[in-house]
Design a protein around this ligand. Structure first.
Ligand SMILES: Cc1cc2nc3c(=O)[nH]c(=O)nc-3n(C[C@H](O)[C@H](O)[C@H](O)COP(=O)(O)OP(=O)(O)OC[C@H]3O[C@@H](n4cnc5c(N)ncnc54)[C@H](O)[C@@H]3O)c2cc1C
Length: 388
């Protein structure tokens, strides 16, 4: 006889108790501790170190790092929840936490030697910010065409070259840096290194003056005969392309989380404002045209959230998620552009000035279509999975 017992199938958006508590505590922190600083951080393009220290204290800088190394020993999904909650209030802080967890600690946990894990994971969980340096001036979407070189010298490697657009560069102590040890082998020469701030020959260059996520630092890195011992190779020599591809496949789910977080932030503001703002003798939320615009935005956001959560859950379940990760980033960044634009629209003239929060979220949204693989690169990945 067929099994009649009810099947348990947890809906994607139903969070486990610990996930609910975690999300609520990060959101409360964002509301109380980050919200009052958002405008100033945006204007000065800087996140104060005291706030970063509080993020360490909150336990969101080493979410997946095992407890034995001082981290929270939680899941990738928890990282997604943290980035989402923080990005509701400030997507620049969402990115800082995203890079730390989904790229830097993630790569070290997966590819680092035991010695590396002992040296870096406890610091990353408690006090050190990390950065991930792949892009260069001449190689963005075509990242593996990088010009940075690493040559064997004195029992180690001398790194020469420049990296561009590196998030967290001002604050970071630990940098994952990609360089080619054997250009003739093409991408099979690419190698990942862990480089510490202060290593001779390594300097952090100019900071970019950006449209959005201004409190997240984005800088050039310069390497001039920066010599590191062989023990600083992350993963295998010549396998850096694998480190990059696999971490970025996961990292882009984090960007999806940033996009749904900021979209939610904008939508919450838009709903509240339309209920308050009166024209023609009534709240503008009483007009059906406005209601339908809000309803459309809420629907798109829910669809994006499902894509992001599904990709993250697949990753934690160790199931394939390449296509789902690309879709979630592609779609959530499109939704973010639409929802934040609508929020500005519904605020009218007040949406166009810095005194209200939606102008910033509108500026912050655009980068979701650019970094960790542009929208065209996501489409390329999705298309490959369809036709291969
Ligand atoms: C704020 C910010 C933070 C960043 N942080 C980091 C970081 O921490 N670490 C890091 O390594 N990088 C970082 N980046 C770099 C980012 O990943 C690159 O900007 C991105 O990969 C795009 O590369 P690009 O800017 O060189 O654009 P390009 O690759 O030159 O692309 C320009 C345009 O051409 C299109 N295009 C290119 N090739 C194709 C193709 N084959 N088919 C169709 N269209 C194509 C793209 O979609 C895009 O619209 C950051 C960027 C920004 C803006």
């Amino acid at each position: 006889m067929a099994d009649q017992s009810p099947k348990t199938c947890v809906p994607l958006t139903v969070l486990a108790e610990d996930e609910q508590l975690f999300y609520a505590s990060v959101l409360e922190f964002a509301d109380k501790r980050i919200r009052p600083l958002v405008r100033e951080m945006d204007e000065h393009a800087k996140a104060p170190r005291s706030l970063i220290d509080e993020l360490f204290g909150l336990g969101v800088m080493g979410i997946e790092i095992p407890e034995t190394f001082g981290g929270a020993g939680a899941t990738f999904f928890h990282s997604v929840l943290a980035v989402e909650a923080l990005s509701r209030v400030d997507p620049a802080i969402g990115l800082l936490v995203d890079v730390q967890n989904t790229l830097v600690s993630n790569a070290l946990m997966r590819w680092g030697t035991d010695d590396m894990k002992r040296r870096y994971l406890p610091a990353l969980a408690t006090k050190s910010v990390g950065a991930y340096a792949l892009s260069e001036a001449g190689s963005g979407s075509d990242a593996f065409a990088m010009a940075a070189r690493a040559t064997e010298r004195d029992g180690g490697y001398a790194i020469n070259g420049r990296k561009l657009w590196i998030s967290n560069a001002v604050e970071a102590d630990v940098f994952i840096v990609f360089a080619n040890v054997n250009p003739e082998a093409g991408y099979r020469g690419i190698t990942a290194f862990v480089v510490e701030r202060g290593t001779p020959g390594f300097t952090v260059g100019q900071k970019e003056d950006k449209l959005g996520i201004r409190a997240s630092s984005t800088c050039e890195l310069l390497f001039e005969d920066c010599t590191v011992p062989k023990t600083q190779v992350l993963g295998e020599v010549g396998k850096g392309y694998k480190v990059a591809i696999e971490t970025l496949n996961e990292g882009r789910i984090g960007i999806g989380a940033q996009m749904i977080g900021l979209s939610r932030g904008a939508l919450v503001h838009a709903v509240a404002y339309t209920k308050e703002r009166k024209q023609f003798g009534k709240a503008i939320s009483d007009f059906q045209a406005v209601q339908f615009q809000l309803a459309q935005a809420a629907t798109e956001l829910e669809a994006a959230r499902l894509l992001v959560y599904n990709a993250a859950r697949l990753r934690d379940a160790r199931k394939p998620f390449l296509q789902e990760a690309a879709m979630c980033k592609l779609f959530s960044s499109q939704v973010a552009e639409h929802v934040t634009s609508l929020a500005v629209q519904l605020y009218g003239g007040y949406g166009y000035v810095k005194d209200y929060p939606v102008e910033k979220l509108f500026r912050d949204a655009k980068v979701g279509q650019i970094y960790e693989g542009t929208s065209n690169m996501q489409l390329q990945t999705i298309a490959k999975t369809l036709i291969s």
